[in-house]
Design a binder for this molecule. Structure first.
Ligand code: PLP
Length: 287
């Protein structure tokens, strides 16, 4: 396995970063998770737009242009000979000194890892996951803006720890006002009486690329969709609940906080959206 390490391709076991890298010292950096389906990088430009917007927002100077970054992604995939897999693209503030001042980090550091991926077994897509709501709150836009896909994932990790303790696949995070925000690394949707709902990102959710693709699919299929805030009560009483994310795609939820959702397995709209999503992923992409 070959890793792109700031302009060079090195073997996995040789891919090392400095202990002075501010990504390591402070979580100062940004990242993307991207899928490759049948040799296509799914929605590459959207991921790069989000990455470059995150960089601009935190005043991180990108060492590569978007085209150069796209070339680096393609070359890393080619060298690893993968047609289906997952790309992790990380841009840290780079090596500096022990102080947190980013001015001490003259150059950002880019890493690209390409791997095979299967986070949930295929049965999980039919049976649905169990889920719980957890106590860590999603930060609102005035703190660490959820639109920035930063390396500061401690909050999400605390959510994952609570999910693990509860023995469930993904958890539901609320915002500080108690509205449903998203999962630890997925966006959330519910279906009630034929209408699909997802929280607007301003209440505290990443603007997921998969979320965007599902919103587009709903429009294409003529399914009514509303972006509006909702609470756990709405989740418990929904006909269907599902998460979306680059790694998870569209995964049904069969139980939340002990309440059975719908028939207790993937509902018809969730299954249809998953099918339609899997149809578009191989045709939309780069190369
Ligand atoms: N929310 C968070 C916090 C995430 O980390 C992710 C994963 O990237 C998502 C949602 C889903 O976003 P996407 O569909 O772009 O992978």
């Amino acid at each position: 396995q070959w890793i792109y390490l700031n302009g060079q391709y090195v073997k996995k076991e040789d891919a090392k970063i400095s202990v002075y890298d501010h990504g390591f010292l402070y979580g100062d950096g940004i990242f993307e998770g991207i899928r490759i389906y049948g040799g296509n990088i799914f929605r590459c430009r959207e991921h790069l737009d989000r990455l470059y917007d995150s960089a601009k927002s935190i005043m991180l100077n990108m060492p590569l242009s978007m085209t150069q970054m796209e070339d680096a992604l393609c070359e890393t995939i080619r060298r690893n000979g993968l047609r289906d897999g997952y790309i992790r693209l990380i841009v840290s503030r780079g090596p500096g000194n022990l102080g947190l001042d980013p001015l001490r980090c003259p150059e950002a550091f880019v890493v690209i890892i390409v791997e095979q991926l299967a986070i949930y077994p295929e049965e999980a897509y039919r049976d649905g996951l169990r889920s719980v709501s957890v106590s860590p709150r999603r930060n609102l836009p005035d703190a660490l803006n959820p639109k920035i896909k930063s390396l500061n994932y401690l909050n999400n990790i605390l959510v994952k720890i609570q999910a693990n303790l509860a023995g469930v696949g993904e958890a539901i995070m609320l915002n500080s006002q108690g509205y449903v925000a998203e999962g630890s690394s997925d966006n959330i949707f519910i279906v009630k009486r034929g209408v699909v709902y997802t929280p607007p990102c301003y209440i505290g959710a990443l603007e997921g690329i998969t979320r965007g693709a599902i919103i587009e699919l709903c429009a294409k299929l003529g399914l009514p969709l509303r972006e509006e805030p909702f609470t756990l009560h709405d989740v418990y009483t929904a006909d269907e609940v599902f998460f979306t994310g680059t790694a998870a795609e569209v995964i049904a939820v069969r139980e939340v906080d002990g309440r059975i959702i719908g028939e207790g397995r993937a509902g018809p709209l969730t299954s249809r959206l998953l099918d339609e999503f899997r149809k578009i992923v191989t045709v939309e992409g780069v190369k």
